[in-house]
Design a protein. Structure first.
Lengths: 315, 254
């Protein structure tokens, strides 16, 4: 087997999702190459070359690819595939790769296996369906296996110990279709949801956007990322990129604290692999208690400030 | 412009799913089915384009068994003008796979000449999130996935689309024709009113046999087994905040 990983841009480091993908690729066996594009492709390539287990890094230091436009990413990846004939092409299952990889698959007339959570062999994988309420063991029968891999399913490869060669990615012709206009990133000093070791999430019980401040204060005391249920997002309490669940982010931190969240199926799908789950909810019948290691039946407006107050400060 | 919108009939988002006894699929024999939520958002957006006089015609397309007509009717009640039902008895949650769906849609495109396809970003049965991207690739059209805002230019030659990306939003301009996939934030779908439900009964739905489109319907993903996820055992309730803190400290989490 030979695998090409399309790395997420990492702003000078190998992204956590990419490190997990390297572990997934190693589980398949054979060689592991990495393709990196984006604004910081040169710096990212240097970091990726040091990742344990990576043989070659293809750097696409190209204006057309800086913003991940799908048509151009597809052309660049196809050029790399044409030159090297990989048996597997994978990318972390974040919005970055989900955008272009199915297009690559269609161009190759191959199927894509989405959200691979475990690898059982060169062609046999586990993936969730129905919001994680069913796990399918699937066999990909196409000549090239194309897949997105879930970061939560694989340990991160060591970012040290490798010494891969960095090469320029094969040339391609820009499709020149979509044009980048602007980008607006949510600025936060808090850790990223998908890689944080502690996540606190608020739900409909928080009742308002103003009250969400309670969650931010709690998060700051724990050095945690802040998530939300779909109900809280739909109600406008917080921005959509905070959504944890089937249609949002999938997280698996060491500690997940669900506040005012009932535990709808679609939310559980996004967090039930967390190592320890705590919930605070005044409705003791809420399904969230069924998956929580520690459940506190309480009024969140009293319990959360008290918890925030009593938590030891993190150095 | 003519807008095609995909509507998939899937298990209702609130329904509890069970695995078939033979462990080959999810048991959908007695489960409440509904329009896939992301498809509903796509329909709403298409109908709004019509109300803004940007689109002249909105066509709702569903692929599936005869009951797929239910979700086409719902799209018609929301304001779509007509429907196309591509019939197949293949299970749309695992047998008829995204690449084949995209090929069916590409075949319809050649015949009906839409200026845009509006699709949900993902169906909540197979959770693949692939069809829009694949369709755009097959047609060699530009794509704008995970849209939270769509604005068609006055000359209708392009659309400015704001997309949900990791950590924020990106705005791109795509020349039309294009494929756009809807994310949650794009809009809040309307409820169909009774008069509109009645009116929808008179709207036309054309039926096409999937097998007649000259498309390879066989999938390259063989489902070997479907099983339940590992269940998580419920832990214990704690009395108060102090008790919770004590537990977390004992576990080394603080």
């Amino acid at each position: 087997a030979s695998t090409l990983i399309i790395a997420e841009p990492g702003a000078g480091v190998a992204s956590p999702g990419t490190l997990s993908a390297v572990t997934a690729a190693k589980a398949i066996g054979g060689s592991v190459d990495v393709f990196i594009a984006g604004k910081d492709a040169a710096a990212d390539a240097e970091a990726l070359a040091k990742v344990d287990g990576v043989a070659r890094v293809f750097k696409a230091d190209n204006e057309a690819l800086a913003n991940g436009i799908a048509e151009d990413m597809t052309a660049a990846i196809l050029a790399c595939q044409e030159a090297n004939k990989y048996s597997h092409i994978m990318t972390p299952a974040s919005n970055y790769g989900k955008n272009f990889l199915p297009r690559v698959a269609a161009k190759l007339d191959m199927a894509q296996v989405s959200d691979v959570m475990a690898i059982e062999g060169e062609d046999t994988f586990l993936r969730p369906m129905y919001a994680g309420n069913a796990i399918a063991r699937v066999k990909a029968t196409g000549a090239v296996k194309i897949m997105t891999v879930r970061a939560t399913g694989f340990d991160k490869a060591s970012p040290e110990g490798g010494s891969a060669a960095v090469e320029d990615a094969p040339a391609f012709e820009s499709a020149g279709k979509s044009a980048f206009k602007s980008e607006e990133m949510v600025k936060s000093d808090r850790p990223e949801l998908e890689s944080a070791s502690v996540v606190v999430s608020g739900g409909r019980g928080i009742k308002s956007e103003e009250n969400f401040e309670l969650m931010f204060k709690l998060a700051d005391k724990l050095d945690a990322a802040v998530g939300a249920s779909r109900a809280a997002v739909d109600a406008g309490f917080c921005s959509n990129d905070m959504q944890v669940g089937q249609t949002g982010k999938i997280v698996a931190p060491d500690l997940y604290i669900a506040v005012g969240i009932s535990g709808a199926i679609q939310h559980l799908a996004g967090m039930k692999d967390s190592k320890t789950i705590v919930c605070i909810n005044k409705d003791e019948e809420a399904p969230i208690f069924g998956v929580s290691d520690y459940g506190l039946v309480a009024d969140l407006f009293k319990a959360v400030p008290e918890l925030t107050e009593k938590l030891p400060a993190r150095s | 412009m003519r807008v095609f919108v995909g509507v998939k009939r899937a298990v209702d988002y609130a329904a509890k799913v069970r695995i078939q006894a033979d462990k080959k699929a999810v048991d959908i024999s007695n489960v409440k089915m509904a329009i896939n939520p992301f498809c509903e958002i796509a329909v709403e957006e298409a109908v709004r384009l019509k109300e803004k006089k940007v689109a002249e015609e909105v066509v709702a397309v569903s692929i599936g068994p005869k009951q797929a007509q239910e979700v086409i009717r719902q799209a018609l009640a929301m304001g779509a003008d007509r429907g196309i039902h591509v019939t197949t008895d293949m299970r749309v949650d695992q047998e008829l796979q995204p690449l084949a769906v995209a090929k069916i849609m590409a075949a319809l495109t050649g015949e009906h000449d839409p200026s845009a396809w509006l699709l949900g970003k993902q169906a909540i049965d197979d959770d693949s999130n692939q069809v829009a991207q694949m369709l755009a690739g097959l047609l060699d059209w530009p794509q704008a996935t995970f849209a939270s805002e769509v604005e068609v230019s006055e000359d209708k030659k392009s659309a400015t689309v704001t997309r949900e990306i990791d950590g924020g939003l990106q705005t791109i301009e795509v020349p039309l024709p294009a494929v756009i996939s809807a994310d949650l934030r794009l809009n809040e779908p309307r409820y169909a009113t009774l008069p509109n439900i009645m009116k929808a009964k008179k709207k036309k739905i054309d039926t096409v046999d999937a097998a007649s489109l000259g498309v390879d319907l066989a999938g390259q993903i063989e489902v070997l087994e479907v099983s339940e996820p590992a269940t998580r055992e419920a832990g214990s309730k704690v009395e108060d905040v102090d008790a919770l803190l004590a537990k977390l400290k004992a576990d080394g989490l603080l």
